[in-house]
Design a protein around this ligand. Structure first.
Ligand code: ZN
Length: 161
């Protein structure tokens, strides 16, 4: 069965950056299960999987704009250190939920001085070309209920409700 819209696809994958560092992997975990054609995985990977079949292996390099987007400088902000008054120690790499007009968004602290904290609301993989080594484990038609709920059910899914 081929990967196409409204099908549940299970993949084993390893994600590396261009330095060869492993950023994420299904190794030792359940394969990732998603419903194809619904934007549940990054666009470049979804496109690469289209038309492939269970058992196929592929290595794809996905440019940033087809992955988590370009790094947007306007999403990097300096806030006064006083905004973190309740936090014992603010260090680069820490993550917070920032309250915004669009609701809470995750931000990462990238720099700290006595006066100001620089926070970056870009996705941590924004601006990066990503390399996926993928093996397609299984493909099946999604059920009506799965399409209705927008997620995979059963032993190969992460959610059961
Ligand atoms: Zn459900």
């Amino acid at each position: 069965m081929q990967v196409k819209e409204n099908h549940v696809v299970q993949i084993d994958y390893t994600l590396t950056n261009n330095e060869g560092q492993v950023l994420d992997s299904s190794n030792g975990k359940q394969p990732l299960a998603y419903i194809h054609g619904h934007g549940q995985i990054i666009p470049g990977l979804e496109q690469a999987l289209e038309g492939k079949a269970a058992g196929d292996k592929l290595d794809v390099t996905i440019p940033a704009e087809q992955a988590y987007g370009e790094h947007r400088p306007d999403l990097v902000q300096q806030v006064p250190a006083s905004a973190f008054a309740g936090v014992e120690k603010v260090e680069p790499g820490m993550r917070f939920q920032a309250e915004t007009d669009q609701g809470p968004i995750p931000v990462t602290v990238t720099a700290v001085t006595d006066e100001a904290v620089t926070v970056d609301a870009n996705h941590e993989l924004a601006g990066q070309e990503l390399n996926f080594a993928v093996k397609i484990e299984a493909v099946r038609a999604a059920t009506e209920t799965e399409l209705d709920h927008g997620h995979v059910h059963g032993a190969d899914g992460h959610q059961q409700h």
